[in-house]
Design a protein around this ligand. Sequence first.
Ligand SMILES: [Zn+2]
Length: 208
Amino acid sequence: MIFKYGLPSPLQLLNCAPKKFQWKRTVQIAIYKYWKEAIISSGKSYASLRHLNIDAYNPGKFHHLLDINTTNDPTRETTRLAIKLKLVTGTYILQNKRFRYTENETPICKLCDHGDETLCHFLLDCQILEPIRRKYFHQIDEILQLISEENFTTLSSHDKIQIILDCSLHYPGLKGNSENIVKLDAICRQMSYALHIARYRSLDIKRK
Ligand SMILES: [Zn+2]
């Protein structure tokens, strides 16, 4: 354990034994540092986590995407959060993934039958979901005016997706717990959930 976490050697400790509290603190800092580096390094090797700000990970603290205590109804937000986390970790199953594992499926979007149902199509392009999206894009734009010179509607698809999934990676100069980032996270979480519900309802209607 001493070698794994880069702690002082047993000989050093015998010659100059630290106080109990000091030793506990040294061990905790060393373990946090080791796992922070290991998790960040491992996380960056997964292409599916490219939209997640892994550098914001801090052992013992919430990642800002998980912080829903500032909302009025944390219980309801938990349901929304589950969808957001699937989207940001690449585990939300859209048609472009489903068809790879299921016979007689195609990658084409079943809502509009127009183009592959990719993450970009679902979040930005599918015309069936446009009425939902429009309402939230307007709110996102209002917050962007407060934190940057950017206009959401004129950004590239890549930047829009990044802001929707984890805006802290698009605005690295802003802290994850700053007021506007928290607000932006909340709106994007609500939009992701609203798109998810509209998608499932539409698929259900089509199946019947
Ligand atoms: Zn579509």
